[in-house]
Design a protein around this ligand. Structure first.
Ligand code: NAP
Length: 431
């Protein structure tokens, strides 16, 4: 049996690992990018060294001769869903959720209002990223909307001293732009309270440990009795962290301000403000507007309100939930096709969540497909060659890996990310 996996992020690689190790099945892992690892490379913040190092473990999967990396191949453009169906016994879609979500408020279309997904792509060196160097050189106050871990990452990268980022693999042009940044204050804006935030304590706590940066929380926003508002240990620990911050004296020239119960209403970025409705909880714990409208200074806004999946031509897609519809990882309405990760469940959970999900998807696939069929993935290589697609294989990734390490080593660090797609492809092809 041979299986195609679409998306070389954690879900895809964990699926390939389980297929090859547990069931000795041959797997081709496709990605539209010339490099593997998905959000481990283009989502996890560069200063989170230990989470980023997961990539070394993921890379081992490609050392298995049963697993091939087929990078720089876009499904729906270079190969169709129908062609995959024809050439593989089964296909697992694990291409994640890469689009951003919009607030739908006036002023959101201003050039100084951007999506966190785009900002994360920029500082991680994604080949299709927009350059935000100019924007951060013009904004002293930035509002980051959302109370999740992505909002925390964006906030930290915006205020962290560049000296603390130099040892990371952030591309050199991004490091240079951050060193010219005008940002002094980041306003983290949430429509609900601190007990409703989805960030995890380790990530939250890091904000209070950035040298030269104060964290400001209004004591009025914290519940008086933590136990009464939550039975979650994570939430209780988050509230403890914030309660410590309330006691601190502010003395630095950079700061992070939390604005809870502040629902974005509109933006007037020409005037440099985000306008919010002040919210409160009613007797039934429902969020209601108090009628008070406030302005938060911000020349730039980053909306960090979650990721969103997109469909592929020829694949069923649920436009309400932005996922591929499935039952027990089996795609509804398409034969021999399976789904795992964010494009199945939506954008939530940590890397480990995707491992469990991938294993369960593969077990379902093997239970339903069972035997070998008559497919010929090698014919697909010919098809791609006939179409002049510059496929990057794992040997190609190793060349890119070696070049990034060389580039980093020359500056006394482990690695520097190469962000230019053409350059990645040239190196990958050994040119
Ligand atoms: P998230 O945790 O779902 O947070 C989204 C935030 O956006 C929530 O605070 C939500 O508030 C807010 N929001 C949504 N719609 C809004 C609106 N219309 N107006 C105002 N606020 C709105 O998503 P995320 O931060 O993008 O993270 C995605 C996943 O990646 C999560 O599972 C996260 O833990 C994971 N991740 C982990 C790490 C890490 O472990 N270091 C780093 C990055 C990401 P409501 O709750 O009120 O809807």
């Amino acid at each position: 049996m041979s299986v195609a996996v679409i998306g070389a992020g954690p879900s895809g690689i964990y699926s390939a690992e389980h297929l090859a190790m547990e069931y000795k099945v041959a797997v081709d892992v496709y990605d539209a990018l010339p490099v593997p690892f998905g959000l481990v490379r283009y989502g996890v913040a560069p200063d989170h060294f230990s989470i980023r190092s997961v990539r070394d473990k993921l890379a081992q999967t490609f050392e298995n001769p049963l697993v091939r990396f087929r990078g720089n191949v876009t499904i729906g453009q270079d190969l169709s869903v129908e062609e995959l169906q024809e050439h593989y016994d089964a296909v697992i879609y694990t291409y994640g959720a890469s689009l951003d979500r919009e607030l739908g408020i006036p002023g959101e279309g201003h050039p100084m209002s951007i999506a966190a997904t785009a900002f994360v792509r920029w500082y991680t060196g994604h080949p299709e990223a927009t350059d935000f160097g100019d924007l951060i050189s013009r904004a002293s106050d930035v509002a980051v909307i959302g109370l999740g871990n992505v909002a925390v990452d964006v906030t930290r990268i915006l205020v962290k001293p560049v000296s603390e980022l130099e040892q990371t693999d952030i591309p050199l042009h991004v490091l240079d732009a951050l060193s010219r940044s005008a940002v002094r204050r980041v306003h983290v804006v949430g429509r609900r309270g601190p007990q409703h935030a989805t960030f995890t304590t380790k990530e939250l706590k890091e904000l209070g440990e950035i040298p030269g940066v104060d964290v400001i929380v209004d004591s009025k926003d914290l519940p008086t009795d933590f136990a009464q508002v939550t039975d979650s240990k994570i939430v209780a620990r988050n509230l403890d962290v914030m309660a410590q911050w309330v006691k601190r004296e502010a003395h630095s020239d950079k700061s992070i301000h939390f604005h809870f119960y502040s629902a974005p209403k509109s933006m007037d970025l020409e005037r440099g403000v985000l306008i919010v409705d002040t919210m409160t909880l009613d007797d039934h714990d429902r969020l209601v507007a108090t009628g008070e409208v406030r302005e938060i200074p911000s020349q730039m806004v980053v909306r960090s309100i979650g990721y969103r999946g997109e469909g592929l031509p020829g694949l069923p897609f649920d436009h309400n939930t932005n996922v591929i519809p499935s039952t027990d990882s089996t795609i509804i309405g398409l034969e021999n096709s399976y789904v795992a990760g964010w494009i199945k469940r939506g954008p939530s959970g940590i890397i480990g969540t995707n491992k469990k999900d991938a294993v369960s998807c593969v077990n379902t696939l093997v239970a339903s497909r069972g035997e070998s069929f008559t497919t010929s993935p090698n014919a697909i290589d010919q098809l791609l060659a006939d179409r002049n697609i510059e496929v990057i294989d794992f040997a190609g990734w190793k060349r890119i890996d070696a070049r990034e390490k060389e580039l980093g080593n020359s500056r006394g660090k482990e690695r520097t990310t190469i962000h230019d797609r053409g350059e990645l492809i040239r190196i990958g092809q050994g040119l």
